[in-house]
Design a protein around this ligand. Sequence first.
Ligand SMILES: [Zn+2]
Length: 198
Amino acid sequence: MNIDISDFPESDGDWTEENWEQFLKHLTEEGIVSYKEIASALLSALNPPQVGTGVASKKSFQKHYPKRKTMQAVFEWFYDQTGVCEDCGTRLELQADHIDPRENYDNPDDADTLDNLELRCRRCNVIKRPSHKKGGLTYLTAAAGLMWILFTKRPTTYKEYEKLCREYGMTMANIRFREAWALAIWLNKNEEYEIEED
Ligand SMILES: [Zn+2]
């Protein structure tokens, strides 16, 4: 029998590990993704590409170190980290984040030193911003949250989807919801997602 996720908690933040396990099973049973694809996406999120090189390529960092020594300094800092998000402890989607934000400096470039960087995941990085106050309503990043709402709430019209996204604290422009809604339209072509006329 197919897994029923309709009685799972309203907010993804309240989901148990078992809920998430069942959800993955549900997505594979529905033919949305295979376990191979889940593993591939996961491994990709574990890899911290461009954290070090991204920092080292910035002029504002380079000017604090002798010529051609920035990369070496960055890697010393990088390897010295714990490898988990400072806030939530995840290993996924790590980014270099300022401890003392650039806004607090007269010259923002002065904030760009390795002592002032720590690792934070994409979600925790984004919800720190004042413009994303409601972001903490969902555990997921905005991009993941848009898909979570689609697959757990199964809105049948775009309008309903947009309303749900706002209720879950998504602050981005509507055009992002329209993009995400494409998945509903694609799946609908295979009769894997129900859409009603708006
Ligand atoms: Zn985090």
